[in-house]
Design a protein around this ligand. Sequence first.
Ligand code: B12
Ligand code: SF4
Ligand code: SF4
Length: 412
Amino acid sequence: MPHFRDPLPTSGRTREVSPSATQGNGSATAGAAEAAAPAPAAVPRLTTPIVGPREQFDQRQQNHTRISLGELGEKAAAAWNSESVDPFRRIFYPLNRPQNVAMRSWLKVADGPLNPQRVEVRNPAKMSEIIKGVGKFLGASEVGICELDPAYVYSHRGLRIDFYKGRAGTPITLTHRYAISILIEMDYPNFRNSPGFIDDAAVGKGYLETAKVAVSLAGYIRELGYPAKAHFHLEEEVLHIPIAVMAGLGELARNGSMITRKYGPRHRLATVTTDLPLAVDQPVDLGVQKLCRMCTKCAVSCPVQAIPKENELPVIRGVQKWYLDNDACATYWTANWKRWNSCARCIAVCPWNRPWNRRQRLATWLVPRSKLARRLLLKLDDLLRGKRPNPQVEWLYYKQKGVKDAGLYVVE
Ligand code: B12
Ligand code: SF4
Ligand code: SF4
């Protein structure tokens, strides 16, 4: 039987866990909509404090579902469920002509049969290195690993497709022990401004690419003989952000997204859950929350003021974090369906959303180290890009501002 037994030392942020030391290997089956989840194990340097018993979230309450079912108003539902003028929207989201949507055909390979020839894993740290290498080879920008915490598994199914298929409300049982977080950078040139079809296209591509890596990586692990399931936009049972934070990829920010040093909030996430023996990473402190406490650029730029400007953080399902008005955000996406189909203004304007050049390397090195540097860097960002950046952006036959019908810009 094949096996991995390379005794190489592990990378800096990876640590091995003994089976008895884990807390995320229980069943996530929920009896109630917001079932209590076990308290987390020690999470050194987690900058988003866990201060009380966590609760699972019911997927039927997530905002994509709520808007499509008309819970945020008939007008918003009518727009959300209608065909977009933008062909990119139509190839990335299976709303009206699913036959043209590549991601949909991967639903059947999100999970699957195991190779009966199981590879023996004698060194989980080495296996983690291999899995990260495979993930990056498949196209991931970053890969991190943590134990699967049941608090970040949805209690019940509730995507729109679940309502169509009559399985909404089914309790979710996900007993895998580990979660592999997959991150893919979204193109900077598309993210200089938002909302518009230019950043929408990069969002759709991000969903497609994270799905591709997740299904391929899950399949790879099943070929090693271990259970693995891909969680991506059309088929997800987990909250990707807390998993990515626990896996050491970044920190939760004021704008509700996770921020990494290199890509800021400009990335998409997917997750593979598995029982393959792995060593896990630790959460990181990059100075993100320190900077957020001095900055409100996303909040002042948000068209519907969905992001709080205050630093008094409420406790939401046991976690102390900024509270965003997610319904206002989702409704805004439908405000002008002929010009945009989602919004990411809070990503576009963020000082962490910059090309990864020498200046950005230096800036992100300084941020966690000096309050004065943080103050000066924010001033510099205001000076160079404006307090509410709003540049004109053009791409292919799209124009971000000044066109009535941005998706049908004439090709001559
Ligand atoms: C529903 C949804 C929305 C809703 C609700 C937003 C939200 N914050 O949850 C709406 C439509 C408003 C939305 C907007 C956006 N979204 Co959205 N959204 C989702 C989705 C599908 C489900 C999240 C959910 O169930 N939220 C409802 C409850 C759980 O939200 P909550 O209590 O506010 O908790 C949020 C955070 O605080 C965090 N969280 C919860 N518990 C804990 C605990 C700890 C310890 C930590 C650290 C964090 C944390 O997770 C939640 C967000 O995922 C996820 C994909 C996924 N399965 O994770 C993508 C996702 C969160 N969205 C994403 C993005 C990028 C956006 C937008 C920028 C839109 C865009 N064009 O890209 C905006 C951002 C604005 C905002 N308000 O956050 C990315 C985030 C990636 C990143 N960069 O961090 C995700 C992960 C999609 C993906 N596959 O990449 N989104
Ligand atoms: S714009 Fe400022 S406050 Fe908002 S997420 Fe970025 S750094 Fe934090
Ligand atoms: S996506 Fe747009 S509407 Fe939603 S919170 Fe960010 S800036 Fe505000």
